[in-house]
Write a protein that binds this ligand. Structure first.
Ligand code: UD1
Length: 368
């Protein structure tokens, strides 16, 4: 059987790395299986893509679609138009997509319409917020996938409630946490940014369109961050979406803006920080596993388990609440957390075992 493993944007790379590795190590027992890596090119800057491949030991992609940036429709359409000929050329039995970015839904749709089976890794997450492009991507991808691999039991329930048949759902754990567990030793050995000491700084990330695209939304958040910076230095790797919007705002001198960091320095910085302030999805999970307090500046989360049992607190975007919760952590009242079931570093192996044991199916459209 032949599999195409798709990645497109920064948060995908840590999810595919362990799948690629598990596939390579298990393929020997199943010699006919072949895995090709597809990079859509949704993220293309060195520090949003190539640095991650290097840090995570992911080989050069076999197929590079080089689609680049654009509106959602343009980007999604370009990925579909470029991915279709790649599917026709390589004729895979399965397309494996991860996460919730535009590349995920574009490649799932393209494959499915060609009669190719689709496996979705990190299925079933729901924010129930249709203003998030990722929520639309998740709903569409899950609706057409043949195998749905979930990170937690909440996601399993979401899929069941949405009418997905039980036999398609596999609760396997979290491949991003596989990567974290593989890399944390190396990450902790790296030097911290100049002048910062373990436990005496915070890390900030902000890139969600709802928070950064309008100055009316970004300014109050940054007011809260400026106030927190009175008490603790803040390292702020600035996402390319956010960078142009920051120029109009005055930042506290204790806020250190830096270029987007690659995987290892970022993980090393988070792991030794006092707390993280973020609007990201995956960082809510990483901080829970690392036991680092996380304040998520969003009205909702598709990862509620990190709030229920982890170290994550959903603080919304009200500046007063953000400052109050940050002060509470700085005053020593951080809530301890526990790690969700099966976030044990072996999710990718479970996924690959299931994929390699799928029956060969009657000819699909591609083969017809
Ligand atoms: C995308 C994902 C989001 C994910 C985020 C992580 C979708 C809908 N959104 O959002 O889920 O959390 O990635 O980063 O897929 N840019 C560069 N260099 C790059 C990539 C992008 O400069 O390598 C610029 C683009 O030109 C654009 C902006 O960054 O102006 C946003 O990029 P885009 O891929 O559209 O969405 P993200 O906000 O990164």
């Amino acid at each position: 059987m032949k599999y195409l493993l798709v990645a497109g944007a920064r948060p995908n790379f840590m999810k595919i790395a362990p799948i690629h590795r598990a596939f390579s190590s298990r393929r020997n027992e199943h010699t006919p299986a072949e895995l090709l890596l597809v990079h859509t090119g949704q993220h293309y800057s060195r520090n949003m893509s190539a640095d991650f491949f290097r840090d995570l030991g992911i080989p050069e992609p076999d197929v590079n679609l080089e689609v680049g940036s654009g509106s959602h429709a343009e980007q999604t359409a370009r990925i579909m138009m470029a991915f279709e000929p790649a599917c026709l050329e390589h004729r895979p039995d399965w397309v494996i997509v991860v996460g919730d970015v535009n590349s995920t839904v574009a490649c799932a749709l393209t494959a499915k319409k060609l009669g190719i089976r689709v496996a979705h890794v990190e299925a079933g997450l729901r924010s129930r917020d249709m203003s998030m492009p990722e929520e639309i991507n998740r709903l569409c991808t899950d609706a057409i996938s043949d195998l749905l691999f979930t990170t937690d039991i909440v996601a399993v329930e979401n899929l069941r409630k949405g009418g997905v048949a039980d036999e398609k759902i596999h609760f396997v754990g979290n491949t991003m946490i596989d990567t974290l567990r593989q890399q944390i030793g190396r990450a902790r050995e790296l030097a911290l940014p100049d002048g910062l000491a373990r436990g005496e700084y915070a890390v900030l990330t902000l890139h969600r369109p709802a928070n950064v695209d309008s100055p009316d939304n970004l300014a109050p958040i940054m007011r809260a961050i400026n106030e927190i910076a009175n008490r603790i230095p803040i390292v702020f790797p600035v996402h390319p979406r956010t960078a142009p919007r920051l120029t109009e705002l005055e930042l506290h001198p204790q806020i250190r803006t830096v270029e987007p960091m690659s995987y290892l320095p970022f993980l090393g910085s988070v792991a030794r920080s006092r707390m993280v302030l973020t609007d990201s999805g995956g960082i809510q999970e990483e901080t829970t596993v690392l036991g680092i307090p996380c304040l998520t500046m969003r009205p909702n989360t598709e990862r509620p388990i990190t709030c229920e049992i982890g170290t994550n607190v959903l603080v919304g975007t009200d500046p007063q609440r953000i400052v109050q919760e940050a002060n509470s952590i700085l005053d020593g009242h951080a809530r301890p957390g526990t790690i969700p079931e099966k976030w044990d570093g072996h999710a990718a192996e479970r996924i690959v075992d299931i994929l390699l044991n799928q029956p060969v199916q009657a000819p699909c459209l591609v083969c017809a």
